[in-house]
Design a protein around this ligand. Structure first.
Ligand SMILES: Nc1ncnc2c1ncn2[C@@H]1O[C@H](COP(=O)(O)OP(=O)(O)OP(=O)(O)O)[C@@H](O)[C@H]1O
Ligand SMILES: [Mg+2]
Length: 478
């Protein structure tokens, strides 16, 4: 099996940098082998070169040569590709850069295999599950003065509509794309979950995968009929001044993109729904191609990001504030020569896209900042409601329970309110019956006030411990 070559895409820097492009060639499939298909591709992993021969031309004709940052052949292990190609981007996201990893290529060439792979098998799991392990391992081993908050969302673009894969009703909820100066293009009302470990984020992936649109074609039994984007937002707050407790927050956003494959109807045999999907897939992929060309030839200032949902969502990844890696997936078989050539040309052009990544420091929409001010607000509220001891109750449920006692002043106030209400209704407060009523009603309201206090304190305690983890869903950006 191929071992790591010791190559690694370069680590973080703040200067403009080109999109990194690597190519991965899958093995001939069983079907291709039994049909007697031949490989037209020759891969030189040491030099990062691919040579491809046109099967229609004479054997003696020279092969076409392409050079990329890294090339992978049919026996490259998933972990090798992860460590060399994906891991530097994930490290950058942990430092506060935006990163995008996307797989591009003809249908059936291994995009989903590369992004996801077999989730249940350590050896064949792909970039997404490896990134989960990486992110949470880094958080576990980070220094104490750093606090992290991780959120995940998952969407697909199906037939040019954006769908929330984490929503119960994903097929029927079409989401809108919005844009604002601070956050750029975002999806309004997209669900995102705060996740505190690998098993939680894997659950998020599993829920979304069930909703993703997959169909069978002649080229791929499990063909992705949509483009999908799994996004992990990593917020990190670091104390910069121990005395004042001042902190800075950095936010890195990691987009893991599994595109639907380009396809020809004559090969996939697509009809009906499959054909309609294929038309939309090919349209958005050519919009992506046009954006890449416009960025690279530099003659026109206009970049047609608005021509498809895919290019709008990837706007920051192509020519913007993101570190981007493109994995171009190809198949080696002779009958796919034209598609393989087209992928290699596409990938070759993408190498020249320049991005301007920078660390996102203290962005306005940082959720950690929201949590911090929410905690401060709750503390102040508790201090008001239950005397000085209450404000410190955040860390201790025992103290929280004690502080949930409604004070004598509060009880008096509640009693006066009830009295006034009763008078307003014309009750004669001198009769024994109305006195009993006043006592009973006041007691009930005091109990309710105590319950509310308890809930507030429980909320405060959970958020102080980082922070409302688990099921907290949030509409991002909207
Ligand atoms: N490097 C590889 N090694 C072994 N098997 C692979 C490799 N790449 C892809 N395959 C197999 O090839 C088949 C097609 O792969 P996959 O579904 O990932 O293609 P795809 O590019 O996502 O296609 P589509 O565009 O139709 O979604 C799968 O059975 C997958 O397991
Ligand atoms: Mg796929």
């Amino acid at each position: 099996m191929a071992k790591g070559k010791g190559k690694k895409l370069p680590a973080s820097s703040n200067s403009p940098e080109c999109v990194k492009v690597v190519v991965r060639c899958r093995p001939l499939s069983k079907g291709e082998m039994s049909d007697g298909k031949k490989s037209t591709v020759n891969i030189d992993t040491k030099r990062g070169q691919i040579a491809i021969k046109n099967p229609k031309l004479d054997e003696k004709e020279p092969a076409k040569q392409f050079t990329f940052d890294i090339v992978y052949n049919w026996n490259t292990e998933q972990i090798t590709l992860y460590q060399e190609t994906a891991s530097p981007i994930v490290d950058s996201c942990l430092e506060g850069y935006n990163g995008t990893i996307f797989c591009y290529g003809q249908t059936g060439t291994g995009k989903t295999f590369t992004m996801e792979g077999d989730l249940s098998d350590d050896k064949t799991k792909g970039i997404i599950p490896n990134a989960f392990d990486h992110v949470f391992r880094a958080i576990e081993t980070s220094q104490d003065d750093k606090k992290f908050l991780v959120r995940a969302s998952f969407l697909e673009i199906y037939n040019e509509e954006v769908r929330d894969l984490l929503s119960k009703n994903s097929a029927n909820t079409k989401l809108e794309l919005k844009e604002n100066v601070d956050t750029g293009v975002y999806v309004k009302n997209l669900t995102s979950f705060v996740v505190k470990g690998v098993s939680e984020i894997r659950n998020v992936l599993a829920v979304g995968k069930k909703n993703r649109t997959v169909g069978t074609t002649l080229m791929n039994r499990d063909s992705s009929r949509s483009h999908s984007i799994f996004t992990i937002v990593i917020e990190c707050s670091e104390t910069v001044n121990q005395e004042s407790g001042d902190s800075k927050i950095r936010v890195g956003k990691l987009n893991l993109v599994d595109l639907a494959g380009s396809e020809r109807q004559s090969k996939t045999g697509a009809t009906g729904e499959r054909l309609k999907e294929a038309t939309k897939i090919n349209l958005s992929l050519s919009a992506l191609g046009n954006v890449i060309s416009a960025l690279v030839d530099g003659r026109s200032g206009h970049i047609p990001y608005r021509d498809s949902k895919l290019t709008r969502l990837l706007q920051d990844s192509l020519g913007g504030n993101t570190k981007t890696v493109m994995v171009a997936n190809i198949g080696p078989a002779d009958y796919n020569y034209d598609e393989t050539m087209s992928t290699l040309r596409y990938a070759n052009r993408a190498k020249n896209i320049k991005n301007k990544p920078r660390i996102n420091e203290d962005p306005k929409d940082a959720m950690l900042r929201e949590f911090q001010s929410e905690i401060a607000r709750l503390k102040a509220q508790l201090q008001n409601a239950a005397g000085s001891g209450a404000g410190e109750a955040a860390g201790s449920s025992a103290r929280a329970a004690a502080a949930a006692e409604v004070t004598e002043d509060d009880k008096e106030q509640i009693r006066r309110e009830v009295e006034e209400e009763m008078r307003g209704k014309g009750d004669n407060l001198l009769t024994p019956e109305s006195k009993r009523k006043l006592e009973a009603e006041s007691e009930e309201r005091c109990r309710e006030a105590a319950r509310n206090l308890m809930q507030e304190q429980e909320k405060l305690r959970r958020e102080a411990e980082y922070h409302g983890r688990g099921e907290r869903a949030r509409a991002e950006g909207g």
